[in-house]
Design a protein around this ligand. Structure first.
Ligand SMILES: Cc1cc2nc3c(=O)[nH]c(=O)nc-3n(C[C@H](O)[C@H](O)[C@H](O)COP(=O)(O)OP(=O)(O)OC[C@H]3O[C@@H](n4cnc5c(N)ncnc54)[C@H](O)[C@@H]3O)c2cc1C
Ligand SMILES: *[C@@H]1O[C@H](CO)[C@@H](O)[C@H](O)[C@H]1NC(C)=O
Ligand SMILES: *[C@@H]1O[C@H](CO)[C@@H](O)[C@H](O)[C@H]1NC(C)=O
Ligand SMILES: *[C@@H]1O[C@H](CO)[C@@H](O)[C@H](O)[C@H]1NC(C)=O
Length: 569
């Protein structure tokens, strides 16, 4: 080891969070020689998959084998290879990962309250609380990786909050979906089961929202024989098929080929996204995907379930695989979940037993579950000054810089979300605040929305490690100004590609969107490190049908080691 590298390894990296992102970040940094300490407020690893958060009927969206990390197989932990994985499976996987690779490195039950710059203006000072003793403590670390998750803090509209409920005299259970795992036993105990005939005397459990969490919770409650009503302005889109799709379609880069990226790496992508014929092919493909999915799930043409976002333009898309007979869409068709859509719940009624919709309708409720989305997990741990200082806060959109992507597939876009019009995310690649880029002591993993979360966070972990190590081969903006300009360009791209998503406002979740184009984003990171891209192989024509396998990134450490050694000699 050269002295220079030794210097870079000095001190301790604190990783906040022990979900998928925290686990792979800690693992990667440890193997690269860093001293690492992981902190989590939870009693075990897993984050959203920890025992406190999961519940029966919570299924993973992804096809088997896709959502994992390369150092550990899903089997033999989880035997079945044909079905959807559930919350319990992911819990097993993440806790096993922690006990296999990170023994003694994770402190559980530690809540981080405040993060500031260290005393001499370098390093980090953390104020933490041991949750079992409630004793506060101050800790000092040299580097910091935020893996606090995009779905770890619930967004609760003021008018629907538990305090608004008690003010209105609504004393039944009100909880956000982040607390559903903890609250579900209490909730079930408070609402009677329906008899053979759905009883008109029992009010519904009202689930607010049309996303995956809302649908999963409705499904769980209906299967527990509770009367449930979902109220939402629209639904997540979904993909479904009568039979499992072959791996060369579902686990390949085919979907990514049909989604344009900030730059088009291949001839096939340039053909599809910049020509009129290409646009026709792409459009008809996406239209068919939606239509075939409705058909596979038995959703009639006039069903409110068709009030969904357009999958091409959005990240609110779930893969249902082969629809289950006790799944959400089937339960709606069977009348076991009542749907009120389009509609919004405005507030609690003055009678203390109902909620009032925006159109004035009153809906008796035996409980209310708020599946109203998530907010950033950062405002609670950084004060305003530190947020500004580090450049974690959203920036106003800079109108003087116009970026244009003349892609045929991007015409006829839906309107820009009003908040997306005003704010840009400031995290370069969704990893480092652009303003802070030269300091090499702060990074984020898990704030890039990706449907192959294990793959993207693993490659990101290597990028972060090279960034901390000062690896010369890592392509990086030289100044914060340059990083800001590149980040504004990325933000402009996201506004063009996913106009309905206000990325900057939920920045611990959506600092960057690598949704349909997650493989291209991963290739950008690999290219930054000077490593081979498009790792699933194939030639100029066959690459889109090659199955993506985590094995293809399992030796990134060795590849980076070799590059580092090569550069020195
Ligand atoms: C119900 C649900 C279903 C989902 N289903 C899917 C799916 O099917 N497919 C998919 O790809 N994604 C799904 N997701 C998205 C999911 O968030 C990501 O896939 C992934 O699990 C996030 O991992 P993470 O490590 O970034 O964050 P998390 O798993 O949220 O972990 C955050 C970690 O940070 C810690 N933490 C946060 N704040 C603090 C603090 N102040 N002090 C101390 N510790 C702190 C937490 O304790 C936790 O350990 C789902 C999310 C939810 C909520
Ligand atoms: C929190 O306090 C309890 C009780 O003193 C102790 O057993 C535990 O180890 C502490 N947790 C951490 C992570 O320091
Ligand atoms: C992100 O923020 C916007 C605006 O505050 C909000 O409407 C939206 O629901 C949030 N998205 C998520 C995924 O929570
Ligand atoms: C907007 O972008 C231009 C061009 O990159 C730059 O010169 C200018 O300083 C930016 N304005 C603000 C307010 O950041």
């Amino acid at each position: 080891m050269t002295p220079q590298l030794g210097d870079r390894l000095k001190g301790t990296v604190v990783v906040i969070g022990a979900g998928i992102a925290g686990l792979i970040t800690a693992y990667t940094l440890l193997r690269d020689g860093f001293e690492v300490q992981v902190l989590t407020r939870d009693a075990e690893a897993g984050g959203v998959w920890s025992q406190d958060r999961i519940y029966p009927g919570l299924f993973l969206n992804n096809v088997h084998g896709e959502y994992r990390l390369s150092p550990m197989e899903m089997s033999p932990l989880v035997e079945r290879s044909d079905v959807r994985l559930g919350g319990q499976d992911l819990n097993k996987y993440t806790t096993a990962f922690a006990s296999t690779f990170l023994k003694g490195k994770i402190e559980y039950g530690i809540e981080v309250h405040r993060i500031r710059r260290g005393p001499a203006g370098s390093g980090w000072q953390l104020e933490v609380l041991n949750r079992s003793t409630a004793l506060p403590e101050t800790r000092l670390y040299d580097r910091l990786v935020l893996c606090t998750g995009g779905c770890s803090a619930g967004f609760v509209p003021e008018s629907l909050s538990p305090s608004a409920a008690s003010a209105a005299g609504f004393h039944r259970i009100v909880c956000h979906s982040v607390d559903f795992g903890r609250k579900r036993a209490e909730l079930l105990a408070s609402v009677p089961e329906i008899g053979l005939e759905p009883s008109r005397t029992i009010p519904s459990i009202v689930v607010v929202g049309g996303g995956k969490s809302a649908q999963d919770i409705c499904t769980y409650l209906a299967n527990e024989r509770r009367k449930v009503t979902i109220v939402c302005p629209d639904f997540d889109a979904f993909t479904a098929r009568p039979k499992p799709l072959p791996d060369f379609i579902r686990k390949s880069r085919l979907l990514a080929l049909l989604s344009p990226h900030i730059h088009l790496r291949t001839g096939l992508e340039r053909f599809l996204h910049t020509t009129r014929l290409g646009k026709k092919i792409v459009n008809s493909w996406w239209n068919r995907l939606a239509e075939d999915s409705y058909r596979a799930a038995g959703v009639p043409a006039d069903s409110p379930l068709r009030r969904a976002v357009r999958p091409f333009w959005h990240t609110r898309v779930n893969d249902e695989g082969v629809p289950r007979s006790n799944g959400f869409h089937a339960l709606v068709s069977a009348g076991k979940v009542e749907v009120i859509c389009p509609a919004r719940v405005a507030r609690y009624g003055r009678d203390g037993i109902s909620v009032i919709l925006e159109d004035g309708r009153s809906l008796p409720a035996s409980a209310v579950v708020l599946s109203t989305g998530y907010r950033s997990s950062w405002p609670t741990i950084f004060d305003e000054e530190t947020t500004k200082d580090l450049g974690l806060d959203p920036q106003p959109v800079n109108d003087t810089t116009t970026h244009q992507w003349k892609y045929t597939t991007l015409s006829n876009a839906p309107p820009l979300h009003p908040e997306a019009k005003r704010w840009s995310s400031t995290l370069y690649h969704g990893i480092v605040p652009a303003k802070h880029i030269v300091h090499r002591d702060l990074a984020v993993n898990g704030a890039v929305l990706s449907p192959n979360f294990g793959y993207t966070t693993e490659v990101t972990a290597h990028w972060i490690s090279s960034y901390f190590l000062g690896d010369r081969f890592l392509r990086l903006p030289a100044t914060s100004e340059e990083a800001l300009a590149l980040t504004e360009r990325e933000a402009a791209w996201l506004r063009t590609r996913y106009p309905q998503i206000p990325t900057a406002l939920n920045n611990s979740h959506t600092s960057y969107l690598a949704f349909w184009s997650w493989p291209q984003h991963v290739d950008d990171l690999l290219e930054d490190m000077g490593l081979p891209v498009m790792r699933s192989g194939g030639n100029a024509l066959t690459w889109p049908l090659k199955v993506v396998d985590l094995k293809e990134i399992s030796s990134l450490k060795e590849e980076r080691d070799k590059k580092r050694a090569g550069k020195k000699s």
